[in-house]
Structure formats: structure tokens, C-alpha cells
Design a protein around this ligand. Structure first.
Ligand SMILES: [Zn+2]
Ligand SMILES: [Zn+2]
Length: 297
């Protein structure tokens, strides 16, 4: 049996989506979604709003988060070519779901603590970069950088302050000489491995699904073996960007290994006529924890 009632992958202003949580919920409802997960990058700060918005829109909310991890395997050129991709993404994304926490966050504190340093707000990373700049003779007041940001702080805000302080003549110079990738004041926030993130999620009763596998340049059978070996529960075979043939290939191989699937539009905003939902998926092969919780609701 096929269903279009699940959309388990979406973003709001809590990470890089363009809509507020309540707007995302409304659009999900308009797309006839019944089971909705908000999966902002490395943060669960949208859950409270999502619970309220889900209630208002008669949606079932499944708390989720998309965790940025180190790549699990090295991309293969042949597979990238086959999928018309110039390069593989620099990180792998792991979707984590917590159906048990649909009503409250009590019990998830440990996981929140684990997630904190990875958060998109990137404050720990910014502090490190400011430390480095200070060591290099360019002291900067972090408050000034945060004022520029308003919300999620990033390198462009830091570059702006560097220009104001007279350390560099332009923002692009700041990137070219000091804070660009691999330069003296750049700091890379260490990312968890897929297996570490999986363990952290399992320890509080959640399950994980490997997000948009098409982006990684790995042949499907190798990907499924990787998931199996690292105890990744599911794979997002039915992702908005996947062609049907790829969805079916992953689904078939996952099923053979006893790995379930998830589906998600990866909705970031209604630009380019993108709408959430409309993700047909074979219901009985969806993650069993998800199905169990959806029956309870
Ligand atoms: Zn992603
Ligand atoms: Zn996403």
C-alpha cells in the first residue's frame, strides 16, 4: 500500500529554511500531509513551536533533527558522474527521529547536551575563530559580531566587523587571508561520525535515517552495507531530489538487508514553486518505530 501522508524532512527559520515553523505546518496541511517532521539542522529549537502548530493544523508531529556528520565513505567518481553531480557533499546528513517525544522534551536532555556544540547557531565555533584572530593580533568583541547576525551567526558577520576594525579592507579580503577554509583564523567544528550520531540517538530511544543518499556519490549497494554495519535504522530512499529509478533501487536493496525507509521533501521554502508533501512511499516498508507511533496517535 502506498501513502502520501508522511513528510519527514523539512526546515524552518530555526536553520536554513525561509519560513516560520507555523507557516511550514500550514503548508504541510495544505499538501494533505498527516505525519510531519521538522528536521532543522543540528538543532531542536523549533520543536515547541512545531508541537503547537501541528495541533492547530491537525497534524501529527514527529520531533526530528538533521545531524551534520563526517562522510562515512569516500565518494566514487563513477557514481557521481552517473548521477550528474560534480562533487559529493562535504558532510553526510543523518536524520534523527524521536516519536516518543511527540508531546514533551522530558528525557531528551542528554541528547540536547550532545547536540549543543554542533548547533547551527555556531557560537562555539565563532568563539574559537575570535580567539585565533586575537592571537594573531586582531582582537574582536564577540558582541559586535553577534549584533551583526541577529540570528544564526556566521563568518560573513565576523568579516564585517574585521572591516570595521580596520584589520582588512574588505570582507572578501577577510576570507582570502584569514577566515576562509584552511586559513590561520579558520576553525572547523569537529563533526560526529555516522556511527557516533547513531549511538547518541539510540541511547534516548530515537531512530535514524541516512538523508538524501544521492548526494554522496556511493553506489547504492555499498551505501546499504554501510548503513547495516553502522546500525543506521533506515535510509531516505524517497527524497524529494531522487529520481524514481534511484528510489526504487535503494528501496529494493534496503528491503533485502532488512533496512527500512523514510520519505521526505526536504522542504526549505516555497521559492521555485517548491511545495512540501506529495512524497509517495510504500507504507509497510517505512520505519517500524514510526509506524508503531503513527498507529498510537
Ligand atoms: Zn541535508
Ligand atoms: Zn534537509
Amino acid at each position: 500500500m502506498w501513502t502520501q501522508k508522511f513528510d519527514l524532512h523539512s526546515h524552518s527559520v530555526h536553520s536554513d529554511g525561509i519560513h516560520r515553523v507555523d507557516e511550514v505546518a500550514k503548508m504541510m496541511k495544505q499538501s494533505q500531509v498527516e505525519f510531519w517532521s521538522l528536521t532543522d539542522h543540528d538543532t531542536i529549537s523549533g520543536w515547541e513551536e512545531a508541537r503547537i502548530a501541528a495541533k492547530e493544523n491537525h497534524l501529527n508531529f514527529i520531533p526530528g533533527v538533521e545531524i551534520t556528520c563526517e562522510p562515512g565513505l569516500e565518494a566514487e567518481v563513477e557514481e557521481l558522474n552517473k548521477m550528474n553531480r560534480e562533487r559529493a557533499s562535504k558532510s553526510w546528513h543523518l536524520l534523527a527521529y524521536f516519536p516518543e517525544f511527540s508531546d514533551s522534551n522530558s528525557g531528551i536532555e542528554e541528547f540536547e547536551k550532545w547536540l549543543l556544540p554542533l548547533q547551527e547557531s555556531r557560537l562555539p565555533r565563532m568563539k574559537k575563530m575570535i580567539e585565533k584572530l586575537s592571537e594573531l593580533g586582531m582582537p574582536i568583541d564577540i558582541e559586535k559580531v553577534l549584533d551583526k547576525a541577529g540570528g544564526s551567526v556566521g563568518r560573513p558577520h565576523l568579516a564585517e566587523v574585521m572591516v570595521e576594525m580596520g584589520y582588512v579592507e574588505s570582507k572578501s579580503k577577510a576570507f582570502e587571508v584569514w577566515i576562509g577554509d584552511g586559513l590561520p583564523a579558520h576553525y572547523i567544528q569537529p563533526k560526529p561520525s555516522i556511527s557516533e550520531a547513531t549511538k547518541a540517538v539510540h541511547s534516548v530511544g530515537g531512530f535514524v535515517s541516512l538523508a538524501h543518499p544521492l548526494y554522496y556519490g556511493i553506489p547504492p549497494s555499498k551505501l546499504i552495507d554501510f548503513c547495516y554495519a553502522n546500525k543506521v535504522d533506515s535510509i531516505e530512499a524517497f527524497h524529494g531530489s531522487h529520481p524514481d529509478s534511484y528510489r526504487f533501487e535503494l528501496w529494493k536493496l534496503a528491503n533485502e538487508k532488512g533496512i527500512s525507509i523514510t520519505c521526505g521533501s526536504d522542504f526549505h521554502g516555497n521559492t521555485n514553486d517548491h511545495t512540501p508533501g506529495f512524497m509517495p512511499a510504500p507504507k509497510h516498508h517505512l520505519n517500524e518505530q514510526l509506524l508503531a507511533s503513527s498507529q498510537r496517535i
